[in-house]
Design a protein around this ligand. Structure first.
Ligand code: ZN
Length: 159
């Protein structure tokens, strides 16, 4: 039996496959960040994917530095690679907004042209929707980001 660790790209469209594999083979921002302001952590028990993302913010709450660690399948790794690429220089609000659109896309909602444009390479994950068990792999990093941003906002409200 094929274990879920390696994704079978057989039915995934060529274009999507290339984008995802490029990030999987050569992940962006794979490093540890010292003195991070935000730590996001996620685990997907269905596949064994683990993701840890560290963010360092500047005074305007823009992402000054971002790095990720962890291990997992090609889908989860490509997803966190693209997520961290997107976050660089963005505000937390922009990160949350994109996460929202990404979740919608993975649920199969139709996006506006503008939203699709903002997705950039992340559009490649549309092809993963055909494989329901893999949707969690694609969403893992985003769910982890949303959780820790919620926590971050509630913390900063009280301080
Ligand atoms: Zn996975």
């Amino acid at each position: 039996m094929a274990k879920s660790q390696e994704f079978d790209f057989g039915e995934l469209d060529e274009l999507y496959r290339e984008v995802i594999l490029a990030h999987y083979r050569n992940p962006k921002n794979r490093r540890q960040i010292e003195h991070a302001d935000i730590r996001c952590e996620g685990f997907n028990p269905f596949c064994g994917d683990e993701v840890v993302i560290h963010l360092k913010l500047d005074e305007q709450e823009r992402v000054a530095e971002v790095g990720h660690q962890g291990q997992g399948c090609s889908i989860s790794k490509a997803s966190v690679s693209m997520l961290t690429e997107f976050l660089k220089g963005k505000t937390l609000r922009e990160g949350e907004a994109l996460s929202h659109v990404f979740h919608q896309m993975m649920r199969g909602a139709s996006l506006s042209g503008e939203e699709l444009e903002a997705m950039g390479e992340l559009k490649a994950f549309q092809g993963v929707r055909k494989f329901p068990v893999r949707i969690k792999c694609a969403l893992l990093a985003w769910a982890a980001l949303e959780d820790s941003l919620r926590e971050y906002h509630s913390r900063s409200k009280h301080s």
